[in-house]
Design a protein around this ligand. Sequence first.
Ligand code: CP
Length: 313
Amino acid sequence: MSTDSRYLWQHKDLLGTSQLSVADVYHLLDLARSFQEINRRPVRKVPTLQGRTIILFFVENSTRTKTSFDVAGKRLSADTHALSQAGSSLNKGESLLDTGLTLQAMNPDVIVVRHSSSGAAAFLANQLSCGVVNAGDGWHAHPTQALLDCYSLRTAWDGAFEGKKLLILGDIAHSRVARSNVQLLHRLGVDVRLCAPRTLLPAGVEKWPVTVYGDLTNAVEGVDAVMCLRLQLERQQAGLLPDLSEYSRRFCLNPQHLEHASAAVKVLHPGPLNRGLEISDVVADSPASLILDQVSAGVAVRMAVLYLLATRK
Ligand code: CP
């Protein structure tokens, strides 16, 4: 690897972006870039984590995060094992802690956890001696998603974050992706805007380092990237959105909105997409879309995370 092998990575766990210094973030992104080179080879496997064990403990549904952690571990030659709520003893009433202690007794190097409760990964990290990665906890944080978004934007923006304008659009109240991205990208110098109906803005948003808009055409003016968010209907209380067609009329990103953005605007979405609700088909499938680049970056970033946690001295 071409990155600085003397860099002192001090974290047993990855629970949120706020624990990372800016130097940690750049080290991790540089490492991910070197792993992305492996991902483009005809034989996409190196022995770096041979003999290491990674457990994927997903108590909430996932396609991208779970699969990309699995692929990431296998590309580094680690042994990966998946456990979901369905088919596990959680369904017989075993507690989260007892499940975590049981998994730890198998001596893994890293446990990757997704859970619907905010703080679940931190709770386990405090009890377990192995590394714990937060793969999304409730509305709280999704650090590897923010890091892969950062990786995708760094590539699209030729390495420059300072002064770039990013609009995060949609269901911000329920979004761990928005929280992690605002936290991380603001510290890298990005000017972050939010646009959502008032009922989908989080309590206390006035203390966030962002500018809030209610009108999408105003919000998108001059931006270098738009990150659309999924409308998380499964997490919403009744009454937050009386009318989905009204929501899509006001907040679904379409090509006309992008005419107000920078000429080189990029569009991101963490997935899964509600096409026609928060993002139009034309935008999702346009050359401006980084959606599949984000998925690809996810493998490289998660290789870097697993490497750093599993080999920490
Ligand atoms: N972005 C994201 O977390 O997607 P999955 O829920 O499919 O993992």
